[in-house]
Design a protein around this ligand. Sequence first.
Ligand code: ATP
Ligand code: MG
Length: 580
Amino acid sequence: MSIDSKGKTAGESGAPGATNFIKAIIDEDNKTGKYGGKVLTRFPPEPNGYLHIGHAKSICLNFGLAREYGGLCNLRFDDTNPSKEEVEYVESIMEDVRWLGFDWQNRLFYASDYFGKLYEYAIQLIKQGVAYVDDLTADQIREYRGTLTAPGKESPFRNRSAEENLDLFERMKAGEFPNGARTLRAKIDMSSPNLNMRDPVMYRILHESHHRTGDQWCIYPMYDWAHGQSDSIEGVTHSICTLEFEDHRPLYDWFVDQLGIHHPQQIEFARLNLTYTMMSKRKLLQLVQEGIVSGWDDPRMPTLSGLRRRGFTPESIRDFSERIGVAKRDSMVDYALLEHCLREDLNRRAGRVMVVLRPLKLIIDNYPEGRVEEVEAINNPEDSGMGKRTLPFSRELYVERDDFREVPHKKWFRLAPGSEVRLKHGYIIKCNDYKKNPDTGEVTELHCTYDPGTRSGESTDGRQGPADRKVKGTLHWVSAAHAAEAEVRLYDQLFTKEEPDSDRDFRVNINPRSLEILKGCKIEPGLKDARPGERLQFLRHGYFCVDTRDSRPGAATGSSGPVFNRTTSLRDTWAKIEGK
Ligand code: ATP
Ligand code: MG
C-alpha cells in the first residue's frame, strides 16, 4: 500500500523514473514496441450505481496515464446486466467524469454496442470446438464446479457436436427457451486450479429489456466474456483494473488468444479503501433505499455527486488520487488525507466570510444609535486578487453564543464580564454586562462598550495596522440590522467506525450525529445572494458551500434562504501527522 497512518508513502515503484509500477510497465512496452508506442486506456463502469471516490482513483489513473503518454482514454459502459442498469446511472456517471475534469471526446462506448460482435465471436468459438451449450441448471453448474481443493466435474452436455451447439445457441438467441434453461460455456478445463477456467459461462438466457438494446436480445453475455473482448475491439493497450480480476486474467487471455484478436495487457492495482466510509455499490444503494441518507448525492455519501454537493473540488480529488498512488496490495487510506487535500485547495480559493451559527445579541452601548460604518474586509489573505468587500458595522451585532462565558476559565480570551476582545475588521470592545432570561437562565444579550481609536486598518497581508492595540481574542460578528438568515447543515462522518462494513451489518456503525441542522444563522448581507455551489470559509468555523439542491439565493426573507453545507472543519489532522 502507498500510504500508512504515519503519512509515509511507499508506492511500489517499478523502473527508476517511473512513479508507479503501471508506468514502469507502459515504459517497458513502449521500449519494446509492443503496441507501437501507443497508449489507449479506458474507464469501464457498470451503470448500476453512482460513481464513488474509489472510481475517481480509477478515472484519474486511466485518463491521467493517457494524458501523460500522449494517448487516449475511452469511456465504456460495461452494460451487460439489464436487470440492474438504469439510464439515470449512465447520465450521472458521465456528469461525474466530466466534473472530475476528464474528456472522452467522441469515444463513448457501450459493451452493448458489441453484442452483435460478441455473438459472432461465440459462434467462432463453438465452431472451433471450444464452447458448448449446457443444459445444467445454475445450481448444478455450481455443484459441478468443484472447490479450490476439489476438481470440478464435466457436464454431460460438454461433448455435443459443433452442429448441435450451433443449433441450440441459435435457438437460445431466438427466444425458444425460458430463463436459465441453458447457457453457453467455454470448454476449457474442469480441473484447472483456477476456478475461472472451469468452463465459465459466456451467455445466459434472460428475457429482459435492456436500457439500450430494448428487446433485441434475450441472451446476454456474462461480464467475463464481454469485458476482455470489448477492450480488444476498442484496441485498448493497457487494460487497468482492480486486484480481484487478477485471477480472471488467464481467462481473458484465453478468450483473445482463441479468437486470435488484439491482445490488450491487463494490469491490476489495489482498489481504494477509505476509512469511515464504504465503497460497495450494493451497500451504498442500501443507504439510499432505506432512507438512511437523502439520496446518492447526500453530502455524507462517498459518491462523487455527494462529495461535489458537500463542497469538494475536482482539483482536490485529483490531487488525492495522485498522492495515494497505485499499489499491488489492498489497504486502507485515512480519510484525513482526502480532507487535507481539500483544505489545501480551499484555503487558496475560498473567500472568507463571517457567519454566526448560534447568534447572541451584542449591544455596544456607547456606539451612536442609527450610525452605520462600512468596514473593509479582505476576501482571502492567501490571494490578494480576490479583492475586498465592505461590511456594515453598527450598534447591535450578533456574535457566537459560544464566545461568551459568564464564568470564564483562566485561558478564556473571548467574551466574559470585564473582558476585552477585537471584533474582526472592527473595533476592540469590552464586555460590561449581560442579560438573562429569568425563567430559563439563558443569556439573551451582551452589553459592551467600544474603544473608538482601535478600528482595524488591515493591510492586504491580513495583519493589523501598527496603531492597533493588541488583545488576545478576535471574534467574528455580523451587524444585526443588516444580517440575512440562512440554514446551515453541519455534516460529520456517516459512520463512527474506521471500517464500518467490517461488521456483519454496517448499520450498527451509523453515526447518529452525522447531520445537525441549524436554522436562523446570521450571515453577512452579501451572502444572501451566494450562488449554489459557491465555496466559502466561514471564519473560525470551517469550509462551507452553498447547497445546490435546496438553496434559494436571494430569498433572504421568509422561511427559506441560502442553505450552506459544512464541507470540512478548519482543523487538519493530516497536516499534524505529516509534522507540518
Ligand atoms: P461492481 O461490484 O458493481 O462491479 P465496481 O466497484 O467494480 O462494482 P464498476 O462500475 O465495475 O464498479 O467499476 C468501474 C471501474 O472502477 C472498474 O475498472 C473498477 O475496477 C474501478 N473501481 C471500482 N471501485 C474501485 C476502488 N475502490 N478503487 C479503485 N478502482 C475502483
Ligand atoms: Mg466491476
